[in-house]
Structures are given as structure tokens and as C-alpha cells.
Design a protein around this ligand. Structure first.
Ligand SMILES: [Ca+2]
Length: 512
């Protein structure tokens, strides 16, 4: 508010007790213009957040699906901005990840360790702070946290997981039914808010949260036959035998072979289905009755195709948002970020789903475009984590974060100026066992760029505790734990100490 001293000094220098109405009018205009200018100097933020979107299926990240060109619009954010190659989550599962996003705190402090824990909406979140600093805030789509949203001037969210077709939405006004495909409805609502609902005198934070491509992978009708005549490349470890690791990898319930359902997930056996794609699957299955590896390969193809088809609508939605920013002249003043709530297995280790601290689910995509501030086409390889997002949003808005948020702003990284003391290690903790889904044992761990140490513990873990250690440089697919290899004894001892340091730093309770 630097204009106030200026005005007071100006009065005293003029030696008048009460300015004339003309002067008062002029001063009001000056103040008003400065307020608008102060507001407009703060950037808008659009945060696009999909659910379970793996970095492997984003074109900008390269990899085996790149030739399929799965995400031309999402790639625009990377091409015109920055790709983060080491963005990780604290706890690889939907609702806990969203709680971290809002609070900037690990699960043990924000209280949302598993999908079934209650999230206290009354606690501090970054959006509440942005509101007090002149930002208009909006949340549209999937949040997967019960209770009224707080900190958002406008919120219109899916109940729970939401539905792919004709979804309900919950807002301040109650529940409303919608017709159409969920990804399109979320994009439409976001564009409507941008075009006609928000207060154009304020900078804004718009969070566009897609349901897709979450299980059960129901694509939009217009994408149903995409990739039809293509064979999707398989990961080299689709038929992992799990011999290189401890019992948790062997005893999970998230394999394409055993846990992916022909009917519920892949819509096979939908007799009389009006959907030609599903009817075709059923006809193939009835005729060939694939078994063993043939069945896994066939399921993998159906899974990947449905997943990529779901991504296609998300990507189109991103394209529509980016096009609108350009048309409306908002592009220069608006930061666009694309991210997912965690990574996902695209058949690596024979799996789908997430949860494990192995790279595919531990890592998540992060792309950021900020015209004039981020160098187009740049890549960052520093270790960032989803606890950083809340503080990053606040930093972008020029606001100091509260003391108890646990991340770091990544704004300096966006500007190509990583602080010398930037973190070299990341702490992870997954809690959802025993649970309803997928049977992944509780574990915590520490990861650096090269080495990763994981401690599985608790119920159904052999002797109550099993350790794994990976050299990501030699074994990027994490096929063999080197925990018992004497060559790594020193590194393992060092990482155990580092994990203890991080537990203390992040205030992890001893019994968690
Ligand atoms: Ca998720």
C-alpha cells in the first residue's frame, strides 16, 4: 500500500486542511488506478489437475507411447514452459494427495492418511489465504474430500469419485444433475467461469480438477475407437515375477492378470451392449477365450487404449482452455500448471493402480507455462514434491506462507534459479493397509536422485518389517532390491539416518 504515504505527504506539502472536491476526485482516481494496477500485476493461476494421469502417457515426457501422440495440447504447456522431471508425491493415493495440495502438509499433519480418514475442512489451506490477499478462487471438478469447500469463492465439485457420464455436481447451492461426459462438463464449467462468472477486477486462481483417467476408464463416445488398429507397446517388465523384492510386491492385489476385471474394468461380457466397441470385445473373448500370457496381453491392450482415450478428452479440454487464454488476451498474465494427484502403472511390474513408492506411482507429471518468466522448452530435474504446491501458489501471488506449511516454493526453480540448499531427498509414507483395495502394505521411505530406501511395516509384512534398497542409476525399473548387497552397506546406513532426519524434520509421530 505504498501510495498512502505519498498522498499524506502531498496533502501536507500543499498545506490545505481539506482538499477540494475536484482534488478529492482526482486522488480517488489515482488510488483506484493504483489498486487496479496492483491487482493486475499479480498473475492469474490456472491449475489443471487430472486423476491418475501417469507421466508415461504424456507426450512431452517421451517414452514408449510418444509415437501415439497422446497429448498434443498438454505438451504445449511443456513446449512453451517447463517440464519437471522429478516431481513426487508424499503418499500415492487420491484423496490424501488432494489434502496435501490444499494444506501444504504431509498426511500425518493434515489428518488425511487414507481415502477413508475424515478431512477437516476448517484447517488452513492456501486458498483461504489467497482470498484474503485479493485473489478470486474457484475449484471445479473432482476434489474427493467430503464437506463444504472452504477458501473458494466458487466451487462446483463432483461428489466422491463422481461419474464419467451425466455426473452430479455439488456446490454451495446443493446437488445439480448434468448431462454429458464429465471431462467436457468440467471444461465447459471452467470456461463459463472464466468468461462470465468471475470478477474481472481481481487476479484469480482457478483449479480445474478432472476425474479422468481414473478407473474404470470410460472414454467419451467420440474417442471410443481411437487407437483401434494400433498395438500399444508393452513395458519390458509386464511379466515381472517379483523375485527381486520382498513380500509386498508379491502379495499386492493390483495386477492386470489377477485384479483387473474383465467386466467392471474392461467391459467385456457386456452381452447385448449397444456400445460397438464393448460388443466387439465380448465377441473376441467368446471366440478366442484367451488364457495365461495371451489374456494378460489382451487385457493390457484394452486397458491402455481405454486409458489413453480418456486422456484424449482431458487433452482437448486443456487445448480449449489454452485457446481461450490466447483469444481473450489473458495468456501473458496467466500461469498454467498441469499435474496429476499421483503417478500410475501402465503395466510396469504387471500392474495398474498406484500406492507403491516405486517410481511410476511415486512420481507425478508437472508442467508449467509462465510467459516471460519461464524459458520455453526448459526442463527441471530438482526434487520437488506435492507439499510444495500450496507455497508455490502463495509465492506466485506474492504472499508469505504460514510457518507450519512443510514445502518450499518452486518459483525460483521455474525461473531457472534453484537455491544452492534445495532439498536432495524426499520423504514418503503410504498408510492404506489394511484397506479395501489392492493390498499394498504400509510403507515409508526416502529417495534421492540415485538411491531409494523403503521400509514396509506392520500387519502382514514378514517379521513386521521388510526393507528394500534401489540403485536407480543401475536399475531404473526397480526390479531388484540391493538391500542385502554388502556393496551398498554404507549408502543404506546413510539413507536410514537421512530417513530419521526427515521424520524429525516433518514431525512424523513415532507410531506412524
Ligand atoms: Ca488419483
Amino acid at each position: 500500500m505504498h501510495y498512502m504515504p505519498f498522498i499524506q505527504t502531498h496533502y501536507s506539502s500543499m498545506k490545505i486542511n481539506r482538499p477540494s472536491s475536484a482534488v478529492r476526485g482526482l486522488l480517488a482516481l489515482v488510488v483506484c488506478c493504483q489498486l487496479v494496477s496492483a491487482a493486475s500485476s499479480k498473475p492469474n493461476i490456472i491449475w489443471i489437475f487430472s486423476d491418475d494421469h501417469s507421466f508415461q502417457t504424456i507426450g512431452a515426457y517421451g517414452g514408449r507411447y510418444q509415437k501415439l501422440n497422446p497429448t498434443p495440447h498438454i505438451d504445449r504447456i511443456a513446449n512453451e514452459g517447463m517440464r519437471f522431471d522429478r516431481c513426487y508425491v508424499t503418499n500415492s493415493i487420491c484423496a490424501p494427495s488432494r489434502a496435501v495440495l490444499l494444506t501444504g502438509k504431509h498426511s500425518h499433519l493434515n489428518g488425511k492418511r487414507t481415502n477413508h480418514d475424515t478431512f477437516d475442512q476448517d484447517q488452513m489451506n492456501f486458498a483461504k489465504i489467497l482470498q484474503t490477499k485479493g485473489y478470486e478462487t474457484a475449484m471445479i471438478g473432482k476434489i474427493h474430500l467430503k464437506g463444504k469447500m472452504q477458501g473458494f469463492d466458487y466451487w462446483d465439485v463432483l461428489p466422491g469419485q463422481g461419474k464419467y457420464n451425466n455426473p452430479d455436481f455439488i456446490s454451495e447451492k446443493g446437488t445439480t444433475a448434468h448431462t454429458g461426459y464429465v471431462t467436457d462438463v468440467i471444461t465447459d464449467k471452467s470456461l463459463t467461469w472464466l468468461k462470465s462468472q468471475h470478477n474481472k477486477d481481481k487476479p484469480f486462481m482457478l483449479m480445474i480438477h478432472h476425474k479422468a483417467p481414473h478407473r474404470h476408464w470410460a472414454p467419451a463416445k467420440r474417442h471410443m475407437n481411437k487407437y483401434e488398429d494400433i498395438t500399444i507397446p508393452e513395458p519390458p517388465n509386464l511379466f515381472d515375477d517379483y523375485q527381486g523384492r520382498g513380500s509386498p510386491a508379491r502379495t499386492q492385489d493390483m495386477s492386470i492378470e489377477k485384479s483387473m476385471h474383465l467386466l467392471g474394468d474392461l467391459k467385456v461380457n457386456k452381452k447385448g451392449s449397444k456400445n460397438l466397441q464393448y460388443a466387439k470385445r465380448n465377441a473376441y473373448y467368446q471366440k478366442h477365450k484367451p488364457t495365461g500370457k495371451d489374456l494378460v496381453r489382451w487385457k493390457y491392450q484394452l486397458y491402455l487404449k481405454d486409458y489413453l482415450r480418456c486422456i484424449w478428452a482431458v487433452d482437448e479440454g486443456v487445448g480449449r482452455i489454452l485457446d481461450y487464454l490466447k483469444e481473450s488476451g489473458l495468456e501473458e498474465d496467466t500461469i498454467v500448471m498441469y499435474c496429476s494427484d499421483q503417478g500410475f502403472y501402465m503395466g510396469e511390474h504387471g500392474w495398474f493402480d498406484k500406492r507403491f513408492m516405486y517410481e511410476e506411482s511415486f512420481r507425478t507429471p508437472l508442467l508449467v507455462r509462465w510467459p516471460g518468466k519461464i524459458k520455453p522448452g526448459s526442463v527441471n530435474t530438482d526434487m520437488v514434491q506435492n507439499i510444495d504446491f500450496a507455497e508455490t501458489f502463495l509465492d506466485l501471488a506474492g504472499v508469505d506462507p504460514p510457518e507450519d506449511m512443510q514445502g518450499e516454493s518452486i518459483v525460483p526453480l521455474m525461473k531457472g534459479k534453484t537455491p544452492a540448499d534445495w532439498r536432495k531427498s524426499i520423504y514418503y509414507h503410504y498408510y492404506a493397509y489394511p484397506g479395501f483395495w489392492h493390498s499394498v502394505k504400509r510403507h515409508e521411505g526416502v529417495s534421492e536422485k540415485r538411491f531409494k530406501l523403503i521400509r514396509f511395516y506392520g500387519k502382514d509384512v514378514i517379521d513386521g518389517e521388510e526393507w528394500e534398497f534401489y540403485d536407480l542409476q543401475k536399475d531404473p525399473s526397480e526390479m531388484k532390491s540391493e538391500y542385502l548387497n554388502p556393496e551398498y552397506e554404507g549408502e543404506i546406513r546413510r539413507l536410514k539416518k537421512e530417513m530419521q532426519r526427515l521424520r524429525t524434520y516433518y514431525q512424523v509421530p513415532d507410531d506412524a
